[in-house]
Design a protein. Structure first.
Length: 83
């Protein structure tokens, strides 16, 4: 594990200390958990943005529709085989 050194505004450091005491966690673990959550949220936001961009791209929508049609056909074929 690597070491990282940073500075924080006094008020934020106080909030971090208070939360760490309340949660009975070391400050570094609280920062690690908070950073993981934040980075996950950034990934989710990028995912949502990509879907919004795709919704404006006719070629992508057509490819998705064709893929769903093939998927449905495959499901129907599997259903027919099991009957």
């Amino acid at each position: 594990m690597a070491t990282f050194t940073s500075t924080l505004p006094d008020d934020l450091l106080k909030q971090l200390s208070d939360a760490a005491k309340l949660l009975k966690l070391p400050k570094n673990k609280l920062i690690e958990k908070a950073l993981r959550v934040y980075l996950e949220q950034l990934d989710k936001a990028a995912y949502v943005r990509s879907y919004k961009q795709m919704s404006n791209d006719d070629d992508m929508l057509n490819m998705a529709a064709e893929g769903m049609t093939e998927y449905l056909t495959t499901l129907n074929q599997l259903d027919d085989e099991t009957v």
